[in-house]
Design a protein around this ligand. Structure first.
Ligand code: PMV
Length: 352
């Protein structure tokens, strides 16, 4: 007997990559492994309400953001549903109302795709669980739930597969990390030094404008890219180099890899054909200020970037007092409307 209707709510965070995913094969298979910190405060809450309909082989759903119906989100969800239909055969049995809201300001230039797609994937997994005859809460079934949620989220937006759990997630086949796979994100399985617990990420909102180039287009430009092979090789090497660093807590070595990864990501954009630049003048001003401050104080502040102009300022919790003062006094001036978000490493999605 199939359920007539129901509702489920998940809250899922964003994440920030340390070794970047840029370039993919078919079916959202990454060209190289990546590793990310799961965030804590930047998240999407999604309520999925499902009600039985006649099975017409068509998807039926509506999408709301902050209570407002969003027709413009439908194509993305339609594409997502098509990609995951064979893994969730009940999709055509129900009408879905998808109600979503973000903790961060919308169109802030913060990608809501990771948190949004992972939240939706988790809601759909809860429906699958409710529909299954056997209710099983064993560790094994919990593991299956998270892995499949990550697998589905990947098909929505690649980096979304790293948002289900925390605090450090690896996605992509790597000989360096046992159990890693292209199909879903896995928890980093090795010991991590206390320096990286509660790591801080203050996100400086430099530019809230629509990106001129979507990450889909950017990934595809890696196909004909003259430096692609070397870049993919470098990502494998950087992940391998991070392993002893994460264990020993060597912050200087950590910073060197993380900043290099950020600039390499943007270097790939600048050297693709067509080429493009997502950084803004204030992005560079902030980077230079961070470098100067690090030199002057010896504190372990560094930056990373995702596919946009905003700067993620990363630093250990124990240095946060002085660094946060510096951010407020010196860096916030370069943010659009003085906007920034204080975040830190988090532990993954929650069922509400
Ligand atoms: O998940 P996508 O397809 O939007 O790609 C995001 C890629 C970066 O954010 C630039 C890097 C990463 O690994 O998250």
């Amino acid at each position: 007997t199939k359920l007539e209707s129901g509702t489920v709510t998940w809250e899922s965070p964003s994440n920030i990559a340390l070794v970047k995913y840029w370039g993919k094969k078919e079916h959202q298979i990454p060209a190289n492994p990546s590793i990310s910190f799961t965030l804590n405060n930047c998240k999407t809450t999604t309520t999925l309400t499902f009600s039985k309909k006649e099975n017409t082989q068509h998807f039926s759903f509506e999408v709301f953001l902050d209570g407002e119906k969003k027709e413009e989100f439908k194509p993305k969800v339609e594409t997502f549903f098509k990609r995951i239909e064979s893994y969730l055969p009940f999709l055509t049995d129900y009408h879905f109302k998808i109600e979503t809201s973000n903790t961060f300001p919308h169109s802030s230039g913060i990608a809501s795709s990771a948190s949004g797609m992972s939240a939706l994937a988790l809601c759909l997994m809860s429906v699958e669980k409710e529909l299954s005859a056997i209710q099983d809460d064993s560790v094994e079934s919990q593991k299956y739930f998270n892995q499949k949620a990550s697998f589905l989220a990947r098909l929505g937006s690649g980096s979304a597969c790293r948002s289900i759990e925390g605090d450090l997630i690896v996605w992509g086949d790597s000989t360096t990390v046992e159990g890693s796979t292209d199909l879903f994100g896995v928890k980093y399985p090795y010991q991590v030094h206390d320096n990286f617990k509660d790591y801080q990420d203050t996100i400086l909102l430099v530019d809230k404008g629509e990106k001129q180039v979507s990450s889909t287009v950017g990934h595809n430009l890696m196909h004909m890219h003259p430096y692609a092979e070397n870049r993919f090789k470098q990502a494998h090497e950087n992940l391998e180099k991070l392993k002893p660093i994460l264990k020993s807590g060597d912050l200087d070595a950590f910073i060197a890899i993380i900043e290099s990864e950020a600039l390499t990501l943007h270097a790939m954009m600048m050297t693709s054909m067509p080429y493009f630049i997502l950084m803004k003048p204030n992005t560079l001003k902030i980077i230079n200020k961070i470098w100067r401050f690090r030199q002057d104080t010896g504190l372990h502040i560094c930056f990373t970037l995702d596919a946009g102009a905003n700067v993620h300022v990363l630093y250990p919790k124990k240095e946060s007092k002085v660094i946060l003062d510096f951010i407020k006094n010196e860096l916030v001036a370069y943010c659009q409307n003085g906007q920034f978000i204080c975040d830190q490493v988090g532990f993954g999605a929650k069922l509400l």
